[in-house]
Design a protein around this ligand. Structure first.
Ligand code: NI
Length: 224
């Protein structure tokens, strides 16, 4: 049976895994997102922490890296995280033409699906910039962020933690799962968010809980 058809009113399911995980739409929630992996030494630490506290995250992975980290990607799927597309080669799509934009999205999806069996439904643009050509050719919803921890720049767990803890209900928090200090920060962020009453949900779960229909070619920040 499709668990989405049996969910209680006012709840949502994890669309990607069909896990039937229940999310309370009346309680605050945020989406932790991690770009530029997969990279198992950091990604597995993040997943260990999320497993301990019951949170889920969204990993925007680079297609060309996926064949090297199949086990990590399969763990993401098995544990209810969302695997999403950060292009095939981490290209700045606003610098490309239509055919190249389509190729970066499609090849990224192909590589991710080959590695973990799930085809992503969400795209994040490297650098975060888009233009009309990107919007017309990406073919997927483009999920950006509204809380930028600058973890890639500071490589400092405390400042990453402090930035993440400014998040409000519906926010999308940007981090990168290729730096050790980001995993150190996650070890502080996840229990602290939970203590403040936040549910840590995937981007698709967040959109569904807020009643937001993510459209192909649309660009999104916070999901409120
Ligand atoms: Ni990136």
């Amino acid at each position: 049976a499709d668990p989405s058809q049996t969910a209680a009113p006012g709840t949502t399911d994890n669309a990607q895994t069909g896990s039937g995980r229940q999310i309370d739409p009346d309680k605050p929630m945020v989406a932790l997102t991690f770009d530029d992996g997969p990279y198992a030494p950091v990604g597995n630490r993040i997943m260990d922490c999320l497993a301990q506290y019951g949170g889920k995250a969204t990993f925007y992975v680079v297609g060309e890296r996926c064949a090297s980290y199949q086990a990590e990607l399969q763990r993401m799927v098995a544990e209810g995280h969302e695997v999403a597309n950060h292009t095939m080669n981490h290209k700045y799509l606003q610098k490309l033409g239509a055919a190249q934009i389509q190729a970066q999205a499609n090849q990224g999806n192909d590589a991710i699906q080959a590695a973990c069996g799930v085809r992503p439904t969400l795209l994040r643009l490297p650098g975060g910039n888009h233009n009309a050509t990107v919007m017309a050719n990406a073919g997927m919803p483009m999920i950006q962020w509204n809380v930028d921890t600058l973890d890639w720049k500071t490589k400092n767990a405390q400042s990453t933690y402090e930035a993440a803890m400014t998040a409000q209900d519906g926010d999308v928090i940007l981090m990168h799962d290729i730096h050790g200090p980001t995993a150190d920060a996650v070890d502080m962020i996840v229990p602290a968010l939970k203590a403040k009453g936040f549910q840590m949900v995937t981007v698709s779960e967040l959109a569904a809980a807020k009643g937001i229909n993510l459209e192909n070619g649309g660009a999104y920040g916070a999901l409120r």
